[in-house]
Design a protein around this ligand. Structure first.
Ligand SMILES: [Zn+2]
Length: 539
């Protein structure tokens, strides 16, 4: 006895048995029961999702001889049986890819004119309708515009956007969805049970992942596994046959990368390599793995769209803690290039090993675009501050930059400049007055000298007022109000000045300026940014 492929053996014969397309089969069933069927249907959607299967069920339901319409198709009457075995001349399946020309469609138009021989309705199922040529579509359109009452067209396509609008507008359209992994697993579970095949859940899960939403693909893989090994099919068998890398391997490689363990990383790759797995596949599986990790890092709510089991999801969530979002993004960009490089080389092991080492080193690297963006910001800050005439410290900006772990998430809290501090000062005095009127009177004698390192330096001539302001409890009151006015935690430093004294610091700054001005590198930097030295911070 010849072996019947599972996809054929297990092809659904009733609307209720079509998996994952309940939104479609329910409408069709209701249309049959209420007698509200139409002359042209378009079934659009990915391959292996049940389009032609549903079309055949619909063909039977439209012709079923059973009185009770809710039973359509009954799969028992002559009409149903004839259509099921494919011997019926009134229910024809045409492959649009190989019958795409005007002549074939003209012939079809001629045949359409004859009333059905045995069925109630003549049903034409045209698969891959988008493959028809333009003249063929035009010829078809004429029939669609004035169809004989007994004709029903069911068009199926994986590319509905390639079907002309004139055709689309005359069809009732149904969009088939990719079938979820869970539903594929359930369908496979049923088949393996009925076929007496021992298979654990993780093996079924792997098949469903490889099938990417197509039940037919899943059944084909299962077919291959059965002919490779009659029963007791394990996860390893699926991996071996599909040539995919196991989740354990991927997570081990990831752990080696995140912990920057180059030795372990290379050992892992060797293990995969000597297990006979194609290294291009490894790069692709790594890419998919890091995509999952990246999505989970963006939001754990995205886990629903990932093709992973619950256990794997937990492991991924844990592993994502070892990466920053930027690092993951960089890894993905790098793996994309690595994957395409591997296609063009005869030295895939060498390229992959070096590539993985690069991935580890990527951790400390910041992409050039981010550096350029940051430099632009620094430059803009610099210009702005210079225009406002306040002090600006490149060194400080650089320190912020270098110490920021995640450049993309680095938000520069705009540091206050002197004029901004001065702008808010009257408001501050008013607020201090409400707390302690006498303190305000003393405080107003001070002059704001600078704002630096989150400290406002307030200069006073040595006086009674300066002594009042300097008191700890008063400083605390002022700092509290500063926070209210400037929305920032700033310290207040009181500098007591004696009249006509130039501060030592100013002299030092002046000397440094002269010194640095003569340094070529500084000159070049000033040139690039169009800057000038305003202040030098000592190390
Ligand atoms: Zn029937």
């Amino acid at each position: 006895m010849s072996y019947l492929a599972l996809a054929r053996k297990w092809r659904p014969q009733k609307f209720e048995d079509v998996i994952g397309q309940e939104h479609i089969t329910l409408s069709l069933k209701n249309a049959i029961i209420s007698g509200r069927t139409t002359h042209a249907y378009l079934f659009a959607g990915p391959r292996g999702t049940g389009k032609t299967t549903t079309a055949r069920i619909l063909a039977k339901a439209l012709n079923c001889q059973r009185e009770d319409k809710s039973m359509h198709p009954c799969n028992e009457c002559n009409s149903c049986l004839e259509i099921t075995c494919g011997s019926c001349l009134d229910a024809l399946e045409i492959d649009g890819a190989s019958n795409r020309g005007i002549d074939e469609i003209r012939e079809l138009r001629e045949r359409v004119k004859f009333a059905p021989a045995s069925l109630k309705n003549k049903v034409y199922i045209i698969d891959e309708i988008h493959m028809l040529t333009e003249p063929a579509f035009n010829a078809l359109l004429k029939t669609l515009e004035e169809p004989p009452p007994y004709v029903v067209f069911i068009f199926a396509t994986t590319n509905p956007h390639k079907v002309p609008l004139t055709i689309l507008s005359r069809c009732q359209r149904f969009d088939f969805k990719k079938i979820s992994n869970q539903k594929i697993i359930q369908a496979l579970e049923l088949i393996t049970k009925e076929e007496n095949i021992n298979m654990d859940y993780s093996a079924l899960s792997l098949i469903s992942q490889a099938a990417t939403g197509s039940l037919r693909d899943a059944q084909t893989i299962l077919d291959q596994l059965i002919s490779y090994k009659k029963t007791d099919i394990t996860k390893e068998d699926v991996l071996f046959l599909s040539g995919r890398v196991s989740f354990e391997n991927l997570i081990n490689i990831s752990k080696a990368i995140s912990s920057q363990d180059k030795v372990s990383c290379l050992n892992q790759i060797n293990e995969v390599y000597y297990n006979g797995i194609d290294l291009e596949q490894l790069a692709f599986d790594l890419l998919r793995f890091y995509k999952d990790l990246y999505f989970i890092k963006i939001s754990s709510s995205l886990s629903e769209i990932l093709e992973v089991s619950e256990n794997e999801l937990d492991t991924l969530l844990e592993e994502s803690q070892n990466y920053s979002l930027d690092y993951l993004r960089n890894i993905i960009e790098y793996l994309k290039k690595l994957h395409s490089n591997l296609k063009e080389t005869d030295h895939s092991k060498l390229i992959l090993e070096l590539g993985i080492i690069d991935l580890i080193d990527l951790k400390d690297k910041v992409p050039i675009t981010q550096i350029l963006n940051r430099l632009k910001e620094v430059e803009e800050n610099f210009r702005e501050n210079r225009e406002k005439g306040s002090s600006f410290s490149i060194e400080e900006e650089y320190d912020n930059f270098a110490s920021s772990e995640e450049i993309s998430s680095l938000e520069i809290i705009p540091s206050l400049n002197l004029s901004e501090v001065k702008k808010g000062w009257d408001l501050l005095l008013e607020r201090v007055k409400k707390k302690k009127a006498s303190l305000k009177a003393c405080l107003r004698e001070g002059e704001i000298l600078e704002i630096n390192n989150e400290t406002i330096v307030l200069g006073f001539q040595e006086s009674f007022s300066s002594k009042i302001v300097e008191k700890k409890e008063n400083i605390e009151i002022i700092e509290e109000e500063i926070k209210g006015v400037y929305n920032q935690e700033l310290k207040l430093k009181i500098a007591i000045q004696k009249k006509n004294n130039i501060r030592k610091e100013d002299t030092a700054n002046l000397n440094y300026s002269l010194l640095l001005d003569s340094e070529p590198i500084i000159k070049e930097t000033l040139n690039v940014f169009g800057g000038q030295i305003i202040k030098v911070n000592k190390k």
